[in-house]
Design a protein around this ligand. Sequence first.
Ligand SMILES: NC(=O)C1=CN([C@@H]2O[C@H](COP(=O)(O)OP(=O)(O)OC[C@H]3O[C@@H](n4cnc5c(N)ncnc54)[C@H](O)[C@@H]3O)[C@@H](O)[C@H]2O)C=CC1
Ligand SMILES: O=C(O)CCC(=O)C(=O)O
Length: 449
Amino acid sequence: MTRLDGKISDLYDEVVARNPGEAEFHQAVHEVFDSLGLVLAQHPHYADAGIIKRLCEPERQIIFRVPWVDDDGRVQINRGFRVEFNSALGPYKGGLRFHPTVYLGVMKFLGFEQIFKNALTGLPIGGGKGGADFDPKGRSDGEVMRFCQSFMTELYRHIGEYTDVPAGDTGVGGREIGYLFGQYKRITNRYESGVLTGKGLAWGGSQVRTEATGYGVVYFVQEMLAASGAQFDGRRVVVSGSGNVALHAIEKVQQLGGHVVACSDSNGYVIDDKGIDLAALKQVKEVERGRISDYVEHRGESARSVTSGSIWDVPADIAIPCATQNELDADGAQALIDNGCQIVAEGANMPCTPDAIRAFARAGVRFAPGKAANAGGVATSALEMQQNASRDSWSFEHTEDRLSDIMSAIHHTCLATADEYGVPGDYVLGANIASFTHVADAMLSLGVI
Ligand SMILES: NC(=O)C1=CN([C@@H]2O[C@H](COP(=O)(O)OP(=O)(O)OC[C@H]3O[C@@H](n4cnc5c(N)ncnc54)[C@H](O)[C@@H]3O)[C@@H](O)[C@H]2O)C=CC1
Ligand SMILES: O=C(O)CCC(=O)C(=O)O
């Protein structure tokens, strides 16, 4: 990572020293700090009031044991987390991730990002994140249910409609939210719909929440194209991943006239010259829960599977990384640049390494950071909270219109802030500065807490 300037560099060194061994958290903090020099030059009072230090220290970090019994009758132990990072703008809000790579550093990077992402939505939600080092892959429904019930048996005492509102993330979808909500309801004897989002449509969920992150990132790209008078219009798009965010990003690109030619999972990627067939992909990933290579069997000659190399070698006008953190490095960025890619928008959280982002900037590739581009998911969660609070349920069309308006407003905020600070077109600086000042001003109003 590059060296930061002056006072902000000392603050960064302090964060690293206070949070040893948490590389992903350091990376997320560094990315935000890299934008703050410009703000502090004009508004030194943010540093004087200790706002930056306070922002880097979670308000509360909960770590707990999650014991459960597998199908063979063996006792399994996992570690659960909830990092309640910042509640200046509203109750802590952010997803739960179930994945074997989960540890405190990943939870803190995701919770830290969530503060700024949620601020950009303009909705009253603070930032938090949670999860467990549980691997749902290969587990039966019964095992997933018992795990979720045990996880909630501790988590329930920390969350609530006005306190902390978890949702899904990697490894946590509708099935898991159902089991978590069921256990919360049972323990508390309260039908508190607003305690979780991403619920089923029959029991308090919102239309469009499932689709929202993937649709939202594509709406954001549509705005980036429109800013230079362009449209999707048959442009070649590569989307990494094949989970919730990727599937719905592919769907929306296709609806808007783009041509998605490749997608992936952790085993490799597929290229389909005729364009990814979404029905076949959903069959493989959502019904059969198979590998991405199985897609080829559904498609015949137009598709092929690649298990070595990188999806970023596939020529594309637009790249939308939707899988996981640090999946697109400097080599991947160079391959995209060499093939003429013009736009990269992060559907996942922090999928591009700092070197990749610098390479895009040098090459003039327009780059949208996740905290702006993938904010549609959490924004629609906040819309779900609004519907729960008013005991209402909106139509798909109305909710999607709200999502599209929110993504357009975030795009406008990024560019307007970048202009204001003399860095036109810089989405990273625009997103970081706009969200930082929003949260920082709220924190200043609330006093030293
Ligand atoms: N679900 C949501 O509403 C939101 C998710 N995100 C972020 O989007 C990303 C994906 O999340 P979801 O789609 O919800 O998770 P998911 O669990 O539904 O899907 C993850 C996908 O990524 C693939 N994958 C994992 N590691 C990979 C690798 N190294 N290379 C290629 N593919 C890989 C998996 O095979 C799977 O297809 C995560 O970074 C998550 O934090 C961000 C905002 C909201
Ligand atoms: O909908 C939510 O509350 C969480 C979404 C999320 O985890 C994210 O934006 O990364």
